[in-house]
Design a protein around this ligand. Structure first.
Ligand SMILES: *Cc1c(COP(=O)(O)O)cnc(C)c1O
Ligand SMILES: [Zn+2]
Length: 425
């Protein structure tokens, strides 16, 4: 059983049957999954969702699969944490953190990969492949192992050691390419036509893959008691996640699963939630276009510690910009130093250790709060999408410890030097 109606071109609206199609044959525009919302509206209720598994697959009717059982390591249904101490520090009111550090391989990529490989298996693929900035590689290798598929994973050769190791352990083919992500991605686009029997999750299966990010919107609404937040802050690499979070909120309004916020038209829920984007200054093509009001996202050469967001030529950059403008959000960018401070701030206020992408989100949230764009009267959700254990080298080799001999006096002396509550790094 599937509620998928068509794959539809986002540019010219040409439609295609739901197969491994990712670009429009007429205009080369990207295609997107469209559903039979009339049928969905009667089939999906809050109760039917609540009776599902405690994973992203509780929303399976709203995902582009046929219901034969997912390829799943249990991704999703991660905690939504009320973050009062963080809110107080950055001058906000009702703030929540969506803690996607808790996914099976430590990042939100498990959501998109679980959908992509479920679809790949339905379509009869035996090999899973991807171009990755690290987290995707990790997740594809793990889910392919779970599904009993082969995997071929291509990454830039300068990735964090933890991301390489946690991918290699699953036993697929891991190829480090001498180049940046955009080089790897271009190579994979060529490989996808050379090896049509491989399921490139973010190339030929991209329309399905991207849909997995809608569950980040569904879960937040359900965890808020079936209400929408006012404003969300989302990290941006390719921009796919940001556009699909917006799509998820709009679908919930359209299906009557949440009441629209005050001024929103339920039939045409143009912008039910304000969506803001977060980038690293060392790779901020979308933030730059937003700042200048440009209609084009110009490619850049990435240079940032936020390697999981280091896509200089983002495939969905323009669409992310469109979402942000339509919903009244903004796109901010922060420096590497601010990213590290963002990681520390979240860790010491809420006990959540995020990777550099999470530092980008929190630091950008703080910046947008200072600028009055994210407001204290709003119910705000920050998406923290990856686990800090994957990017420890962003902090360099110096662990901030004091080494002492095992004596009480030495503890007392150390405390005298740096008193408790003194905000040591
Ligand atoms: C890939 C990634 C993102 C951004 O995803 P896009 O859909 O490409 O914008 C955000 N956070 C983390 C941790 C990621 O790995
Ligand atoms: Zn088209």
């Amino acid at each position: 059983m599937t509620y998928v109606a068509t794959l539809t071109c986002r540019e010219c609206s040409a439609t295609y049957p739901p197969e491994a199609v990712h670009a429009c044959e007429r205009c080369f525009g990207p295609v997107e999954v469209r559903y039979d919302y009339k049928a969905l509206a009667t089939a999906v209720t809050r109760e039917s969702i609540a009776s599902g598994p405690p994973s992203m697959w509780r929303y399976k009717e709203l995902l582009p699969v046929d219901g034969h059982g997912p390829v799943s390591l249990g991704a999703g249904y991660t905690p939504l944490v009320r973050a009062d101490r963080l809110a107080a520090e950055i001058g906000l009111g009702e703030l929540w953190v969506k803690d996607d550090t808790r996914n099976p391989t430590g990042s939100f990529k498990d959501r998109v990969v679980s959908v992509a490989l479920t679809k790949a298996r339905e379509l009869g693929f035996k090999v899973a492949a991807c171009a990755s900035t690290g987290n995707l590689a990790n997740s594809v290798a793990a889910h392919a192992a779970r599904a009993g598929m082969e995997s071929v994973v291509l990454i830039p050769s300068n990735l964090e050691a933890a991301k390489v190791l946690t991918t290699a352990v699953f036993g697929g083919r891991l190829l480090a390419v001498d180049g940046n992500y955009d080089d790897v991605n271009r190579l994979c686009a060529e490989l996808a036509s050379e090896y049509p029997e491989w399921a490139f999750v973010n190339v030929n299966l991209r329309p399905y893959y991207a849909e997995g990010s809608k569950t980040l919107a569904f879960e937040v609404a359900e965890q808020l008691g079936w209400e929408l937040p006012d404003h969300v802050v989302v990290p941006v690499a390719s921009g796919a996640q940001l556009t699909k979070i917006d799509k998820g909120f709009r679908e919930l309004v359209q299906l009557g699963l949440v009441p629209p916020r005050g001024d929103v038209d339920a039939e045409d829920p143009a912008g039910p939630v304000r969506v803001s984007g977060a980038q690293a200054e060392g790779c901020s093509p979308v933030a730059a276009a937003f700042a200048t009001g440009a209609d084009e996202v110009l490619p850049v050469k990435p240079d940032t510690i936020a390697k999981s967001l280091a896509i200089g030529n983002p495939a969905d950059g323009w669409y992310a910009l469109e979402v942000v403008r339509r919903t009244g959000g903004a796109v901010g960018a922060v420096s590497d130093a601010e990213i590290l401070e963002g990681i520390r701030l979240l860790a010491r206020t809420e006990g959540i250790f995020a990777e550099t992408a999470g530092g980008v989100t929190i630091a950008t949230l703080a910046k947008l709060a200072r600028e009055g764009i994210v407001r204290p009267d709003e119910r705000v959700v920050a998406y923290v999408t990856g686990n800090g254990l994957k990017t420890v080298e962003a902090f360099g080799s110096a662990a901030p410890t004091a080494t002492i001999r095992p004596r009480v006096e030495e503890v007392a002396a150390a405390l005298e030097e740096a008193p408790l509550g003194g905000g040591r790094p």
